[in-house]
Design a binder for this molecule. Structure first.
Ligand code: IPE
Ligand code: IPE
Ligand code: MG
Length: 240
């Protein structure tokens, strides 16, 4: 008894215990996971894809409306060519192997970021996957590819200006995440505590949760722990 029951009671009394609608994850630490095992970085990325698969399943099982995953940043082009090509190869095989499961599990795929700058065959595969999952509605999975939030904000501001006035509402309506629920919880693995150009606007009132766990070792149980801690957070949005 005791601790757990008391905490739950306290949360219920405080009117919290809320579930996040939209969770975003900065999936970091694949390279360090591989290094620790004296494996090539590519093996860390490969294991990282397995974690993506598990966490997408978990998100559905835990009842999340939306999950956003930072997969490739607009700055990741600075990496050596062979690593970029490993990552793109994994992207191809992931789309091939997992889109059927998305359809079966009612997952709608969404891509945020300027993905049209990727290789033409990947763009085609993604467009096909987007179309095939467009009517799914249980969970939205937003994969950030060639995503940089500063770039996203510049594009949103330009679109807003072209439509008329630049306001918080018009910028927000033109973000890549426009049709998603507000971001509630932002997780970053691997011990780094920075945004690395991810969801700068969306994170305005999101709760942050950091773990030392390297992405390939991240599990559904740890995601559930983050949700549990989120439930105990007091969100104020500037009010009192
Ligand atoms: C995250 O792992 C995956 C991508 C950024 C594509 P990293 O490759 O950044 O792993 P570390 O940070 O070097 O350990
Ligand atoms: C952020 O991780 C990008 C992704 C997880 C895709 P990085 O590993 O690229 O970030 P920095 O360079 O450590 O800030
Ligand atoms: Mg990293």
């Amino acid at each position: 008894m005791g601790a757990v029951a008391a905490t739950t009671t306290a949360r219920v009394e405080a009117g919290t215990g809320q579930m996040p609608r939209h969770v975003a994850i900065i999936m970091d630490g694949n390279g360090r996971w591989a290094k620790k095992r004296m494996l090539p970085r590519a093996m860390g990325h490969k294991k990282g894809v397995e974690t993506v698969r598990n966490i997408v399943r978990a998100a559905g099982e835990l009842g999340l409306e939306a999950l956003s995953l930072y997969a490739f940043s607009s700055e990741n082009w600075k990496r050596p060519e062979d690593e970029i090509s490993d990552l793109m190869g994994l992207m191809r095989s992931f789309i091939k192997s997992d889109i059927d499961e998305f359809t079966a599990n009612d997952v709608r795929l969404k891509i945020i970021g300027n993905y049209r700058a990727l290789a033409p065959d990947i763009v085609d595969m993604l467009d096909d996957a987007l179309e095939r999952t467009a009517k799914n509605s249980r969970t939205t999975l937003a994969v950030a590819l060639n995503y940089g939030s500063q770039d996203e904000l510049v594009r949103a501001a330009q679109a807003a200006a072209a439509q008329g006035a630049i306001t918080a509402q018009s910028i927000e309506a033109n973000l890549d995440t426009a049709d998603m629920p507000p971001l509630d919880l932002l997780i970053r693995t691997s011990g780094e505590q920075r945004l690395s150009n991810f969801m700068l606007w969306q994170a305005a009132y999101a709760e942050f949760w950091f773990t030392e766990t390297l992405w390939p070792d991240f599990t559904k149980a740890e995601l559930a722990r983050a949700l549990d801690e989120f439930a105990g957070r007091e969100r104020r949005f500037g009010g009192r």
